[in-house]
Design a protein around this ligand. Structure first.
Ligand code: F6R
Length: 252
């Protein structure tokens, strides 16, 4: 794993955006995997700045990691809506090449299979952008998710429901408790992975993912097995890591 540490979330996002932009310049038809949530927002903002300066992402494709079950795609906090607002439009992606799991499909298991098929048909994900949950989840692969899990319906952990409640302040709109998520095995098939984590509340999950045992109790620890992962952290999220840890390219 390579680790890049920046002073704050904006600088962390800018550093990660440079990596994504370099990949897109090399391969205009890049297949991106895109996370939602707070962590990748500074990355998407910095990438949108590069697009305004001339970076062309109109030939790229994107697959979202996950979608809530029980939220209509029109709901502003559905990941369909978030991806359209925070990724597709600002990055100038072609809407026809952006996919989000069909969390509101009547037959969710069939939608999960169809999603795996769509990713395979696109040739697989070239560059997957991830966040990490405070409990070590990636996508919505909660603790206990096996390393070979595929896209499927999952129950969100109570910690995740609590963490996500900030996006659902209206009590008449309850926080979703299930999601359709790419599996750990699906995620690990991406050719390259970028994980963005910022804030002191992520320090423990980051330390366990990077330096703890590889174990389903911390699904992000399976990233240790992937040959091409870069973590973009701010100083607060990196606080639990030893700068002297061997085999890590730690940069300040
Ligand atoms: C989002 C996702 C989740 C988030 C994680 C961190 O698509 O799959 O794994 O990346 O819950 O969320 P934030 O960034 O909001 O702290």
């Amino acid at each position: 794993m390579r680790i890049s540490v920046s002073p704050d979330p904006a600088a962390t996002g800018a550093a990660a955006a440079e990596l994504v932009a370099a990949a897109a310049r090399q391969r205009p038809a890049l297949v991106l995997g895109v996370a939602t949530g707070s962590s990748p927002r500074p990355l998407y903002r910095a990438l949108a700045d590069l697009v305004r300066e001339g970076l062309d992402l109109s030939s790229a494709a994107a697959f979202a990691l996950d979608e809530y079950i029980g939220l209509a795609p029109e709901h502003p906090e559905s990941y369909h809506a978030v991806i359209a607002r925070e990724v597709t439009a600002p990055l100038g992606l072609d809407r026809a090449r952006v996919r989000v799991p069909a969390g509101s499909a009547a037959d969710a298991p069939a939608a999960a299979l169809a999603y795996e098929r769509d990713i395979a048909r696109a040739g697989g994900v070239d560059l997957q952008i991830l966040g990490i949950g405070t409990n070590g989840h990636i996508g919505f692969n909660e603790p206990g998710s096996p390393s070979d899990s595929r896209t499927r319906v999952v129950d969100l952990a109570p910690q995740t429901v609590a963490d996500n409640s900030r996006f659902f302040p209206d009590p008449s709109r309850p926080v979703p408790r299930q999601a359709l998520t790419q599996g750990v095995g699906t995620i690990l098939e991406a050719r390259e992975i970028v994980l963005v984590a910022t804030g002191a509340h992520k320090a423990d999950a980051v330390a366990r993912a990077v330096a703890g045992p590889i174990d389903a109790a911390v699904p992000a620890s399976f990233l240790q097995r992937h040959p091409h992962v870069t973590l973009f952290l701010d100083e607060a999220a990196a606080a639990g890591l030893s700068p002297a840890a061997p085999a890590m390219g730690v940069s300040a």
